[in-house]
Design a protein around this ligand. Structure first.
Ligand code: PLP
Length: 278
């Protein structure tokens, strides 16, 4: 299987980047994860818009159009009808000297590969999650490759037998280590508003759109830890896992400990929506 690196398609084993690449030395880069259903890229425009916002935020000049990205990604997709995703990473590239300041000339490293989406086990029965202090930086709207805090938080959750960490800041629920969060509170589907504190998830947008189009009450509002603990449903949302119900939070059952009716409805709407696109 071929991958894309700086304008060329080549076998994964032949795709090589310098150890002086700023992505390697500093984590100086951004990325995207774009699902493809039945060989068609899902919401490519939204992903490219978010990518451009990330690139602008880290002052990395690279401006490909949606069509140019489409043309880069298309040869990477398999025609096997399975769910896949494109992983795209752009770094500030090779610089001759390790120096924090930007190099005089930036030649970005652009890398893309395609992988199969393996259905997330535990989706239908729900997962365990633990709440942890959000130790990340103050630019979480940027999809930066610098993921050390996210990795340590996710591993801390895994070490406790949970599948995701729910990040909390001063009693406010922010998002998951690699997902956005939804809760059903007093019958209303709630997710925190977009800000520098969360990654603006494409799945999050899709869920809010589907809820609105199907008369399911929803609201973008802050969620307190107490509200999360008392919620009748809690889920996390991301491109590769879609929506996953949390049935155990910090060792306590969420409501009756089973995936709830609002999750069931939205999951069905999401599956139908995916099918309608192919
Ligand atoms: N929040 C964080 C921190 C993430 O890493 C991700 C995706 O991996 C998301 C939210 C969900 O974003 P999307 O729905 O675009 O995959």
């Amino acid at each position: 299987d071929k991958v894309y690196l700086n304008g060329a398609y080549l076998p994964l084993a032949e795709a090589k980047v310098s150890v002086l690449d700023r992505g390697f030395l500093f984590g100086d880069g951004v990325y995207e994860v774009i699902p493809a259903y039945a060989g068609k890229l899902f919401r490519l425009e939204s992903h490219v818009q978010r990518l451009n916002n990330s690139l602008a935020a880290i002052r990395l000049p690279l401006n490909y159009s949606v069509d140019e990205w489409q043309n880069i990604f298309q040869p990477l997709l398999n025609n096997n009808g399975k769910d896949q995703y494109i992983y795209l990473q752009i770094t500030r590239g090779y610089a001759p000297k390790r120096d924090h300041g930007f190099p005089a000339e930036t030649i970005p490293t652009v890398f893309a590969m395609c992988s199969e989406i393996v259905p997330f086990t535990g989706k239908t029965v729900g997962i365990k999650a633990v709440t942890l202090d959000d130790t990340r930086w103050q630019m979480c709207q940027v999809k930066a490759i610098t993921l050390l805090a996210n990795i340590l938080l996710r591993q801390q959750a895994l070490d406790q037998g949970a599948a995701e960490a729910i990040l909390v800041k001063n009693g406010r629920v922010i998002e998951g280590a690699a997902s956005n969060i939804f809760a059903v509170i007093d019958g209303v589907l709630v997710t925190p508003p977009k800000s520098h504190e969360i990654l603006p998830g494409i799945t999050r947008d899709v869920i809010l759109e589907l809820a609105q189009a199907n008369n399911i009450a929803s609201r973008e509002a802050d969620i307190s830890l107490a509200e999360l603990q008392a919620a009748s449903e809690v889920w996390v949302a991301s491109s590769t896992r879609e929506i996953i119900p949390i049935v155990d939070l910090d060792g306590t059952a969420v409501a009756d400990g089973k995936p709830g009716p609002v999750w069931q409805k939205l999951d069905k709407l999401l599956q139908d929506y995916k099918k309608s696109l192919s």
